[in-house]
Design a protein around this ligand. Structure first.
Ligand code: FDA
Length: 386
């Protein structure tokens, strides 16, 4: 009989196991993959954006916006950074608050596995988990290598994104089986597919502001045109908030009074042709945007056309056809409903001994290291309690 069995040797599961093991529990970690931490290995372009210094509950989507507060406050980005430094992993701040390894994401996996081993945890990979049932005060987990008994179980098999890296619905399925509710799931931090994508623009990138309505979320960051639509950080961020069929706006020239700039160019260069109006944008994009103005010199372009162009530049309305789906999504939004969990310990309120952590929970972070910080913080919360 184990004290704690952790299902999933990903970011959250390894952190929870190491914490529980160091706390004196006999811990077993099970995973069906060929090695632990596969998403960590591919994260941050191979350098793992392992935390964000300015994380907080406002950087997460959840039906309960306050749920993440307690775990994030107890185990902070600074706590994780101390662990990274204790393992002598060199790091750097790339964009504001976003911390990456100087070397390789493998250093983070090695660090977590080493913490697990120090805590005396046993790690079994390539182990299929078929089902789980209550028995007495504990649980029996049926695996491809026989039954495993445990007093406590931590569900940490993550979300549905990137099935080829081992994603499955196991945590959601087991949570549902034990009576927990699931907030509807969808791909998040995901490239968008447009009905009228112009393949000519593929690869064009620029800094934009994406937003939903006047009061909705707003992100200023990079955007890139793809063969099927749009990607880049500003798009991934807004994608997490979009409902099917919903539109959002893109400001292609943030921070400038576009109409004034267009009028000035018309005045200063009356004989120039329309592409000259948009010299500040990538040439391929400028050409498409001024197509309506034909080959008429700027002097002969009516103000109404400049106004329409300015409107399109600062408030381009985009209605995606859909997303690139879980195959390309960085995370899943939705998941195990936080109303059924303790925000302090991640334990299911009605199923003593059962914990849910990481991406399987309805807590979805922005891009930039927030999702890993949630994995670390929720993992520590459950690891200490289990
Ligand atoms: P995670 O997915 O890490 O682990 C789940 C584990 O459970 C896996 O090892 C899996 O094999 C196992 N498992 C699943 N189903 C199972 C089953 N049926 N039986 C047994 N085992 C099973 N975040 C961030 O903060 N910074 C970043 O730089 C990035 N970069 C990034 C890049 C890419 C390409 C992706 C796809 C994602 C990111 N993320 C990220 C998101 C981040 O990877 C993610 O939020 C965390 O890994 C979630 O941690 P979990 O432990 O919850 O799941």
């Amino acid at each position: 009989m184990w004290d704690v069995v952790v299902l999933g040797a990903g970011a959250a599961g390894l952190m929870a196991a190491a914490t529980a093991g160091r706390n004196g529990a006999r811990v077993l970690v099970l995973d069906h993959g060929p090695e632990p931490g596969r998403k960590i290995l591919v994260s941050g372009g191979g350098r793992c954006n392992f935390t964000h210094l300015e994380t907080g509950p406002n950087c997460f989507l959840s039906d309960n916006r306050h749920f993440a507060r307690s775990a994030l406050a107890r185990y902070t980005p600074q706590n994780f950074l101390s662990l990274v430094e204790r393992h002598r992993i060199a790091w750097h701040e790339k964009a504001k608050g976003q911390l990456f390894c100087d070397g390789s994401a493998r250093q983070i996996v090695d660090m977590l596995v080493s913490e697990c081993l120090t805590g005396g945890c046993e790690l079994r990979i390539e182990t299929r988990i078929t089902d789980m049932r209550r028995e007495g005060d504990g649980f029996v987990i049926r695996t491809g290598r026989g039954d495993v008994q445990s007093r406590k179980v931590i569900l940490a098999t993550g979300g549905l994104s990137i099935p080829k890296l081992g994603a499955s619905d196991l945590s959601l399925r087991l949570a549902r089986q034990f009576g927990l509710r699931i907030v509807p799931t969808a791909p998040a931090l995901v490239p968008l597919v447009l009905p009228d994508a112009d393949p000519e623009l593929a690869g064009v990138s620029l800094t934009v502001v994406t937003r939903i309505g006047k009061k909705g979320p707003r992100f200023e960051d990079g955007m890139v045109f793809t063969h099927r639509g749009l990607s880049g950080p500003a798009i991934l961020q807004i994608s997490s908030y979009l409902q099917a069929g919903e539109s959002f706006q893109v400001d292609l020239l943030p921070g400038s009074n576009v109409l004034d700039a267009l009028r000035r160019t018309k005045q200063d260069r009356p004989r120039a042709l329309p592409p000259r109006l948009l010299e500040m944008l990538p040439a391929r994009l400028a050409k498409v945007l001024v197509a309506d103005l034909g080959d008429t010199m700027l002097a002969n372009q009516p103000d109404r056309k400049l106004r329409a162009l300015a409107e399109r530049l600062s408030c381009w309305k985009v209605t995606p056809d859909g997303t690139e789906g879980y195959a390309k999504a960085e995370v899943m939004r939705g998941g195990v409903d936080t109303r059924g969990l303790s925000s302090q310990t991640m334990e299911a309120l009605d199923v003593p001994g059962l914990y849910v952590i990481g991406e399987a929970v309805d807590v979805t972070g922005w891009l930039g290291g927030h999702n890993f910080q949630w994995a670390w913080s929720s993992g520590v919360a459950a690891g200490l309690a289990a």
